[in-house]
Design a protein. Structure first.
Length: 315
């Protein structure tokens, strides 16, 4: 959807609320996850995170009794349950609503009953992170002392350690980044304290969100600020991710600095997202090229796309 834009509108093309455009590399990223039943003896029910038309497999250390493995209230939401030896196969027909939970009880050959709750992807905002958890295969271990169980736990611990190391390094770089400092000022409405010049603005239309998009030109840099006001009467708007790309289908990120005043915007609240990109992000084969800034919300859909024209970067 193209919008009528003000003077110098050739520098800012805005597309909004594209339900078909999703952050594929994160929102749909499958996960192989271990569950150690004996780790949490007081927490008997474990959640399994599924997505419509994506098969999720639960794998156990011993065979599953298909006659005593049941789901409740699955009709119209999942395909019939399938049990193959030591595996339980789940296939949602559609995405589950965020508040839906389908009880599942798996009974092992030795009579052990293992309860689960089948849910939509868990948005890790609750623990300060992203992307959401989406299970493709869940390995369930009853005996945490077995070799397979300990090996899976070690792999999981190493993966989490790598993620924390990467996150700490990112925080360290951001603390010393002048672009992140500029983005903080822009997000807080202090553009006059930055070296950027205002170039153009647009007001894209969205039934549940009032938006103002501004682009700025800088010496060897470019910037954009998206102001959001939740005018809906229902859900809180939640930020998922931002991409600065040359290709609108691969979502390969170019480097940029991002700051926001809040990641969740309740009805009636406002927030701002600011992005600063260095000249190097626009360079390809010795030439400057146009980029697209894409903002995604928590349901995986694109909220807004802003064209970042190469001419915003002053030489």
């Amino acid at each position: 959807m193209r919008l009528s834009l003000p003077v110098r509108s050739f520098l800012i093309l805005v597309l909004v609320a594209l339900s078909g455009a999703q952050a594929k590399d994160k929102y749909d990223e499958p996960l192989l996850r271990p569950i150690m039943l004996s780790e949490h003896p007081t927490d008997g029910t474990h959640s399994i995170y599924v997505k419509g038309q994506v098969v999720t497999t639960l794998r156990f250390e011993q065979p599953v009794d298909p006659t005593k493995t049941k789901m409740l209230g699955w009709e119209g939401r999942l395909e019939p349950l399938a049990v193959v030896r030591n595996k339980v196969i789940l296939e949602p027909i559609r995405d589950l609503n965020k508040d839906e939970g389908i009880p599942l009880v798996v009974t092992l050959a030795d009579g052990t009953e293992v309860p689960f709750l089948v849910r939509p992807p868990w948005r890790e905002k609750d623990s300060g992170g992203w992307p959401p958890v989406l299970d493709q295969q869940v390995d369930v271990f009853k005996d945490r002392e077995s070799y397979a169980s300990m090996y899976a736990a070690l792999k999981d611990a190493l993966k989490k350690n790598d993620a924390l190391t990467e996150e700490n390094e990112r925080f360290r770089k951001e603390e010393n980044s002048i672009d992140h400092a500029y983005a903080t000022l822009l997000a807080n409405g202090q553009a006059k304290k930055t070296p950027f010049r205002f170039v153009a603005s647009a007001r894209p239309k969205d039934p549940d969100m009032e938006m103002v998009v501004e682009v700025y030109s800088g010496q060897g840099k470019a910037a954009a600020v998206i102001y959001l006001t939740n005018t809906g009467y229902g859900d809180t708007w939640e930020f998922a991710d931002a991409f600065l790309t040359r290709d609108l289908t691969s979502y390969t990120k170019q480097p940029f600095a991002l700051r926001m005043t809040r990641s969740e915007i309740a009805p009636g609240q406002s927030g701002a997202i600011a992005v600063v990109a260095d000249k190097s992000a626009f360079e390809k084969d010795g030439q400057l090229v146009d980029l697209a800034l894409q903002i995604f919300r928590a349901d995986g859909n694109q909220q807004v796309m802003v064209r970042m024209d190469r001419t915003l970067v002053r030489q």
